[in-house]
Design a protein around this ligand. Structure first.
Ligand SMILES: [Zn+2]
Length: 407
């Protein structure tokens, strides 16, 4: 008997020999130059989170040319369309986000040197947006029929806590059987979801001149004590198999307060970014973080208040072993490995993730995150990608889409 993970891989390489699919794959090779040119044009359309209008409009026009049905744009600037199946198969969302982390003042002209394309957003996530669009075109060119529906979601605001995908999954009315976030490098398959909680803690006092400050309660002193107490909190050992990531982790990323040198501040504050792999650990640590921050305020005799960022409820998420064995994960692993660049290490799936797939995972929808190009230094101005990696990346995505929807 095959191990469960092998049974759950729905990709058979013989699929690629079927005439319609072979034609679709060949059409990707034939258009490789045009794909790279269009990818560059797409990168050069500015799309900071919340200002995705121009890119959304571009994708929407392409969805219309593709003949997708039920094309919609919602108030979050998500754009979606459906490639109807013949019936009887699972429906699968392929989601790539339109937004980038760069403000609209950032120069985004693409520099091309041989096979290397350099520009902010070249990889994350414009490469995958281009690849997803081209995958739908290739399916049409080959005349490929799938049983289940394929839904193309160009999501918004992925980079600011996933509210775009959250809104779409909760309000579109679609109940997809599977969800694929196309938002990684071609050498990554993620099936997990980081638990992320963001806090901002404020300490307050009436304030006083420096000359009257000796022994008086001080928000800045409270901030110092609270930050050092938080870094003393015992964390469980770092989870193995996460490459350079060490989780759970807490990070004080911002701090501030006061308005003049010669007075006790009326207010001082700092932020905490807390991340774990599972809800139990996250909830335990979040409780400890808040009570530690609060106790310091009491001990220091200052006022206290806190803010918490949008929280995602993971109570419906499936257990780790079950998620790892899902057909959507095992099939994605098989297609990503089949099409991976020669000489690169075999891809193993990681129980991590901070993509639109997190929302699907939280809702209990089978989900995975994959990628289509070899990309480097995402979220940095020096971001670059390997141009020729997009052709096998699109083929891999197409093999995944067909395998999942014709099972
Ligand atoms: Zn991304």
């Amino acid at each position: 008997m095959l191990p469960l993970s092998a049974q759950n891989n729905w990709f058979q390489p013989s699929l690629l020999q079927q005439p319609a699919i072979a034609k679709a794959l060949q059409s990707i090779d034939d258009r490789s130059t045009g794909i790279i040119d269009e990818w560059i044009r797409l990168v050069e359309i500015p799309a900071p989170s919340g200002k995705e209008q121009a890119r959304a409009r571009y994708i929407r026009a392409e969805m219309e040319k593709l003949g997708l049905t039920d094309i919609r744009e919602d108030k979050m600037l998500n754009v979606s369309g459906v490639r109807k199946g013949t019936g009887g198969g699972p429906s699968v969302v392929f989601a790539a986000h339109t937004d980038t982390v760069f403000p609209d003042t950032t120069p985004i002209k693409v520099r091309r040197e041989g096979n290397i394309l350099t520009a902010p957003g070249i990889g994350d996530d414009t490469s995958n947006l281009m690849a997803t669009l081209e995958m739908f075109r290739a399916l049409n060119r080959g005349g490929v029929k799938t049983k289940g529906d394929l839904i193309f979601l160009a999501s918004s605001q992925e980079e600011v806590g996933l509210p775009g995908a959250k809104f779409w999954l909760e309000n579109s009315g679609y109940k997809p059987d599977m969800f694929v976030a196309v938002d990684l490098g071609a050498n990554q398959v993620f099936y997990g979801a980081f638990r992320i909680t963001l806090f901002k803690f404020f300490y307050t006092s009436p304030g006083a001149h420096t000359l009257e400050s000796r022994g008086a309660p001080s928000p800045s002193k409270a901030v110092a004590k609270a930050i050092s107490a938080l870094y003393e909190l015992p964390l469980p050992p770092a989870a193995p198999g996460l490459d350079t990531f060490k989780l759970p982790v807490l990070n004080v990323g911002m701090l501030g307060g006061g308005t003049v040198v010669n007075a006790i501040p009326r207010e001082a504050w700092f932020t905490v970014d807390l991340r774990s792999l599972d809800s139990t650990t996250q909830d335990t640590l979040a409780t400890a973080v808040v009570s530690t921050a609060k106790q310091v305020a009491e001990r220091e005799g200052v006022g206290f208040r806190s803010e918490t960022g949008m929280a995602i409820d993971y109570s419906k998420a499936r257990p780790q072993a079950e998620r790892r064995n899902l057909p959507v994960v095992q099939t994605a692993l098989a297609t990503s490995n089949y099409f991976r660049k020669a000489g690169t290490p075999e891809i193993s799936p990681a129980d991590v993730g901070s993509t639109d797939a997190n929302i699907a995972i939280a809702m209990g929808i089978p989900a995975v995150a994959v990628g289509t190009v070899l990309e480097h230094l995402p979220h940095r101005l020096e971001e670059f990608a390997e141009a020729d990696s997009i052709v096998p990346g699109i083929k891999s995505l197409l093999a995944l889409a067909v395998s999942l929807t014709t099972h």
